[in-house]
Design a protein around this ligand. Structure first.
Ligand code: ZN
Length: 287
């Protein structure tokens, strides 16, 4: 009797519905709430409960800033040659290979041209997930090229920083980028083409020490960590406890190091308005 005796020992699970839950939810480190990832993305990766600004990658940044999610990327073929053949826990060359594989980028920045509220602009967006957004020869050269392009074409430039600073695996070659980029920004200034620096979480070290703080306007996202040396190093040097919120965007604004702290949702409109003010009809920057 078939209903009395199990005929097959195997349980047929082929029709079983699989529910994928992994990666659908994110925990906010600030308010500890669990957020549906889609809700977070729709809110420009800002926590809907506490307004914490999550880090976003360079491509998402460009889509958020430029009209119609459209932009033309350039200088994407530059790649580091590992000039010092540097090895720490791992060979720098294999770190590079891994980062290139994971990000689909050659290095930690995307240069793009697109429209921001109908105005053509150049944007350099740094990619933090690529070796901490660190600045080696390639990032330095790419940003310099973006600035030179902006100078030649008289287009405003926006650089969105997200970086741990200079790339130690390229030693002094990395440090030279600070001077190179700063020099190209001086020429941009001579040409009276505006530069808006957007500092996002985190912007530290050599990037803060050069172009991130050299904008005609230096604006940051709420809560962004911005500094040169880390808090522990400073505490050990000055032998004092640092105040609460030290090196956060709001603290820097209060102490005159930034021009504004702008929530991500208002960032595009804010930059658009600033450019309207900075670039009158004849296309050059107001003195
Ligand atoms: Zn939150």
């Amino acid at each position: 009797m078939a209903w009395f005796k199990r005929q097959s020992g195997e349980l047929d699970t082929s029709g079983e519905k699989k529910v994928r839950t992994e990666g659908l939810w994110v925990k906010c480190d600030e308010c500890r709430q669990i957020i549906w990832k889609k809700d977070l993305e729709e809110n420009l990766n800002v926590c809907p409960k506490c307004d914490r600004h999550f880090r976003i990658d360079a491509r998402t940044r460009l889509r958020q800033l430029l009209d119609g999610d459209r932009y033309q990327a350039f200088d994407g073929n530059l790649a580091s040659t590992d000039p010092l053949h540097f090895v720490d826990l791992k060979a720098y060359s294999s770190r590079l290979k891994q980062a290139q594989h994971d990000s689909g980028l050659k290095d930690a920045v995307i240069n793009a041209e697109g429209k921001l509220n109908d105005r053509s602009v150049i944007v350099s967006a740094m990619e933090y997930s690529f070796i901490g957004g660190s600045m080696g020869a390639v990032v330095g050269e790419a940003i310099t090229r973006a600035i030179e392009r902006a100078t030649d074409r008289r287009l405003p430039i926006i650089i969105v920083s997200a970086s741990g600073g200079a790339r130690m695996m390229e030693g002094v070659i990395s440090l030279m980028q600070l001077a190179k980029i700063s020099a190209s920004l001086a020429r941009l200034d001579d040409a009276k083409v505006p530069y808006i620096s957007v500092l996002t979480d985190p912007t530290t070290g050599g990037v803060t020490a050069s172009f991130a703080m050299l904008g005609d306007l230096n604006i940051a996202e709420p809560g962004a960590l911005i500094g040169f040396a880390g808090p522990r190093v400073i505490e050990q040097t000055i032998r004092q406890k640092l105040p609460h919120g030290f090196q956060r965007a709001e603290f820097l604004l209060e102490h005159g190091m930034l021009d504004a702290v702008v929530p991500r949702k208002q960032l595009k409109a804010y930059i658009g308005r600033a450019l309207d003010f900075m670039v009158p009809a004849n296309g050059t920057k107001r003195a």
